[in-house]
Design a protein around this ligand. Sequence first.
Ligand SMILES: [Zn+2]
Length: 446
Amino acid sequence: MGKKLMKRAAAVLLSAALLPSAATAYADAPAMTGDLNGDGSVNISDAVLLGSYLHGRMQFTREQFALSDINSDGSADSLDLAALRFIVAANSGRLPHGTWIASDDVSARYFWFDGEKGTVTDEETGAKKSFRISVDGDCFTFDYGDASEEARVSWLGSKAFNITWSDGRLETMRCYSDGPLNYDDLLTGQWIGSGTVNRVYDIKGVNGSYLDTGTNKGTSFRYEKDGNDLYFHTGRNAGTAHAVITPVDSVHIDLAWDDGTSERLTKHNVEQINGITYVNGILIANKTYDLPSTYNPGAILPEAQAAFNEMKAAAARDGLNLWICSGFRSYSYQRDLYNSYVNRDGKAKADTFSARPGHSEHQTGLAMDINMAGDVFNNTREAKWIAAHCAEYGFILRYPQGKQDITGYKYESWHVRYLGKPLAAEVTDSGLTLEEFLCIDSVYKY
Ligand SMILES: [Zn+2]
């Protein structure tokens, strides 16, 4: 009989251990199976209570009866007592390993455990504290050097446990990753989502909010990222949503939610430094974002010039001669150029082919016109070679055909922008313009 009991108990334990992989284990659980005295922990005192009940020494409430049915066979009996004792014994003395997130309704903290010591990092302040940890049954002792604190632990499966601190505060700790916390791995920043749902996300650490741009409704959340699994907790009642993350490139990730919706997120970190706009670290000059008149590198930047020289040498091996017919253009040069076009053709027409001062990509020192800046260059062997090969040298064709509404400029087969090889390859492979790739627009705001 003992053997049979152990088998049942082991099956129960196994199912408890498997629980956390299901999204439900992350939901704000109400009462916990086995926690008969409602202290937030499943431990030996619950087993004592169940024993008293089974021996007729006490009455159970309806809720206690339900929580006692550990093997879910519809009754609270000696099998449940054996299963409960087994769970208590198996979890007794167990210590977490890796990075765990402790959260209650107001705050989140990261705990890193290596078995005997660790660190706790406050999400809001970033303050770190080291500790040594020891375990005695279901009691953890955190020794911070100058102070120590005891806490009682109740495992909710292999990847989550409740912890009740000496001041009575209850937190749920969930496994975040096997290794130390890597802040680069978090989704901190702003993201623009497009797909079945359209949202703008603002994420910091493990907290965030998103605005549904369709309904204009904002939602706050706390999330856990465990490898390519993403768990969103949106409050006590809304529960947990799970998505599988597929990284696309350095700027995009795809999310496939369990409800069948999917989104592509585009990183959207727009910074203004000394009046210069960087989107995800990429210097941008277009009709939306202008450069200050004081930004004046004086020439094509050395890295872009070296990349052009390399491209020119490669083209020469294919029997083609490439040269820069217009490279760096200063703010004042562009101002005079634009004004001369306005005088000749009018403002509306000039805006289709010439940038207003501050808005020319030529002022960046990262853009250049090759051989001939005019439609006669289209379809030449040189233009075709540039379109096919410029990404190999870190350039993109900045104003492709048919994208005038997006880039703000008509097709220019001669104008390339230096991005560096990895990014130029990503943009080219995406088939998108730089504006589409970064989810930005190019429209004069004045
Ligand atoms: Zn140009």
